[in-house]
Structure formats: structure tokens, C-alpha cells
Design a protein around this ligand. Structure first.
Ligand code: ADP
Ligand code: MG
Length: 191
């Protein structure tokens, strides 16, 4: 039987901005995709969404759902050889292999901010180049369970948005899924 998403609203988080936070729990990749498709309804052109969490935490799975929710039919895959995959209105960044905001600028990635919807995996690696105001989604894994915390209109890395404790920084890229498996079931340093 399909489990219903456990949706909690939590206003306990206070920062300088009027930040709204929502937390859900999913129990399968399909549920995380469904959460992404639902989230897509809130998105508008110009939004920059930071996706934080360790390897296997569900970031790319969520992006697949967002794409579906936006009506994009192309298959969404990890930008393995590029740093960004373009799906028209949706730009999907993977900054795992970048080490500074300057890298992102030199590659022209930051030129896309403000154009359509940008979803960014490993945003911590290009922190200096991120816009002042972003949306943020933080993923953490425990077996097949994923806790997904949504922050609206937040600063890139305000204390309040650090729901995952270590913030998934590049210096601590632990596998959030425990086994280092990617969606093809292979071990890998990046999913
Ligand atoms: P990331 O992009 O954060 O590294 P992926 O989305 O590529 O992670 O991979 C998540 C992996 O975890 C996939 O193999 C997916 O099938 C698996 N998985 C298991 N349970 C879930 C869940 N509840 N939500 C998302 N993915 C899940
Ligand atoms: Mg990924």
C-alpha cells in the first residue's frame, strides 16, 4: 500500500528573513519524484533552487520529478560530463566537481541565474557565486526514507537552512545513503 506523505509545517525556524519551512518524508524514489512534481507547481521563472544533501540523498530523483511537473518529457540524468543539463526552461546543475564560485563564473554557469528555473546540486561548492536570495531544499537519507526540508526565500546558507547539520559541504561529502549506490545500483563517487 502506498504510504501517504507525512507533511509537517514548521514555523519554529527564525532568521532575518520571513523564511517559511516545510518538511516531508518519503519512502521511495517514486514518492520523492512525486514531491518534486508537486514542488514544481510553486516554481516560477527566475527561481534558483539549491539542493543540498549527501550522495544518494535523492537530489537528482527530485529533479526528475520537478521536470515531470513542469511538463518536460526529456529524460533527466545527472550532468556527469557537463556541469549543467539544459531542459529548456529548467537548468539542472551539478557542481560536485567545482571548487569555487569563480569556476562557476568562468564556465558561464552563473549567467543562467535568473533565466528560467535553476536547480543546483552541490551548491556549497560555488557558494560565493550564488544569488542573495534563493529557495533551498535539504535532503537526508535513512535507508529508503528521505527527509526533505523546503525553505522559501532564504539566504543560500543561513544557519536556519542547515537542517542537515553539516550542510553537505565539499569537505565532507559523505554518502547519505550509506552504501554509495547510484540510481543504476553502481557504486560511484558521484550520483
Ligand atoms: P543524489 O542526486 O542526491 O546523489 P539520487 O537521486 O541520484 O541522489 O539517488 C537516490 C538513490 O536512492 C536512488 O538510487 C533511489 O532509487 C534511491 N532511493 C531509495 N529511496 C528513496 C527515496 N525515498 N527518495 C529518493 N531516492 C530514493
Ligand atoms: Mg545527483
Amino acid at each position: 500500500m502506498r504510504r501517504v506523505l507525512d507533511i509537517k509545517k514548521d514555523n519554529a525556524c527564525e532568521s532575518g528573513k520571513n523564511e517559511k519551512m516545510k518538511k516531508i518524508v518519503t519512502f521511495s524514489a517514486e514518492e520523492t519524484q512525486a514531491a518534486g512534481a508537486e514542488y514544481a507547481k510553486e516554481l516560477k521563472d527566475g527561481d534558483v533552487v539549491l539542493l543540498s544533501g549527501g550522495l544518494g540523498a535523492g537530489k537528482t530523483t527530485f529533479v526528475k520529478g520537478v521536470a515531470r511537473g513542469l511538463g518536460i518529457t526529456a529524460e533527466v540524468t545527472s550532468p556527469t560530463y557537463a556541469y549543467m543539463n539544459d531542459y529548456g526552461r529548467l537548468h539542472h546543475f551539478d557542481c560536485y566537481r567545482l571548487s569555487s564560485g569563480e569556476d562557476a563564473e568562468a564556465l558561464g554557469l552563473t549567467d543562467l541565474f535568473g533565466d528560467g528555473i535553476c536547480l543546483i546540486e552541490w551548491p556549497e561548492n560555488i557558494a560565493q557565486a550564488l544569488p542573495q536570495t534563493v529557495r533551498r531544499v535539504v535532503f537526508s537519507a535513512d535507508g529508503d526514507k528521505r527527509e526533505i526540508v523546503f525553505f522559501d526565500e532564504t539566504e543560500p546558507f543561513s544557519d536556519c537552512a542547515r537542517a542537515d547539520g553539516d550542510n553537505g559541504r565539499a569537505s565532507d561529502k559523505n554518502d547519505a545513503n550509506g552504501g554509495g549506490k547510484n540510481e543504476d545500483g553502481q557504486s560511484g563517487r558521484r550520483v
